[in-house]
Design a protein around this ligand. Sequence first.
Ligand code: CP
Length: 319
Amino acid sequence: MYSENLAWPKDLIDLDGLSAAHLNAILDAADAFREVSEREIKKVPTLRGKLVVLFFHENSTRTRLSFEIAAKRLSADTLAIASSGSSMAKGETLLDTAKNIEAMAPDALVIRHAAAGAPSFLAKRLRCPVLNAGDGAHAHPTQALLDLLTIRRHKAQIAGLKVAIIGDIAHSRVARSNMIGLKTLGAKIAVAGPPSMMARGLAEEYGAAVFHRPEPALEGADVVIMLRIQLERQSGQLFPGAREYARVYGLNKTRLALAKPEALILHPGPVNQGVEMTPEVYQCPQSLILEQVTNGVAARMALLYLLVDNPEKPKGLSL
Ligand code: CP
């Protein structure tokens, strides 16, 4: 259960600095915070008087809304800033913009940026906690946390589960952060995707079994994480077309039958139905894609609770 004795990092850039105890503490706290969203009055006073700045320099629906809802359900004030409409459009640098935001005394900065490394760059220069909401193809730690939470709520434990991750592995920050978290918690990872979208060193770094066809990755899987093709991060044409991709890599009922009968289906969204998976699979009872979104609010509430103004010694949970 939730531990008061863990030291917490100032920032959340990825999951690699976090032990299994840290991850379980976040998931335990998230489990507790889920209940707040089910109340009639969906609010606790935990972060009253705190300011959380949401600095989204790249498109987002789920992550931005989820962080904003999480902060508001903890009674924090929120301030959203995007690159268009800010003075970045007039040439102000990322650091200058962030320093100006810091001058207004935020208690946390949540940042999404197309450039890998942008959150880490700011974290080293700002006093407040910096939470990575997705940076280029590098990391998306809160997506991985909500995925782990979703898996943990349906399976007795994550250790020993076979998790298949299928699609555009090379350009996926979701895949990277998930592999770190899954490895830390003892899952067996199988990845599959076209050779043109496969990253190197996955076996060495994460102990992953690597395949170029989905079938061997799906065989006996307890969890299937399907990925979107990250066209915005690809250079050149890496596959013939969406129809061809769907035929070879898309999750349909026949392929799903290779996984365990009770296998969970996850996707970070946005989903291209008919490409990554058929509409039939998207809507089947094993698909937890919208539950992931619900769990995202709880996971982000837990993180804000643990890191805001509280980097060294979190207090016990009191909701
Ligand atoms: N899963 C995810 O990051 O979605 P958004 O891009 O909509 O935030």
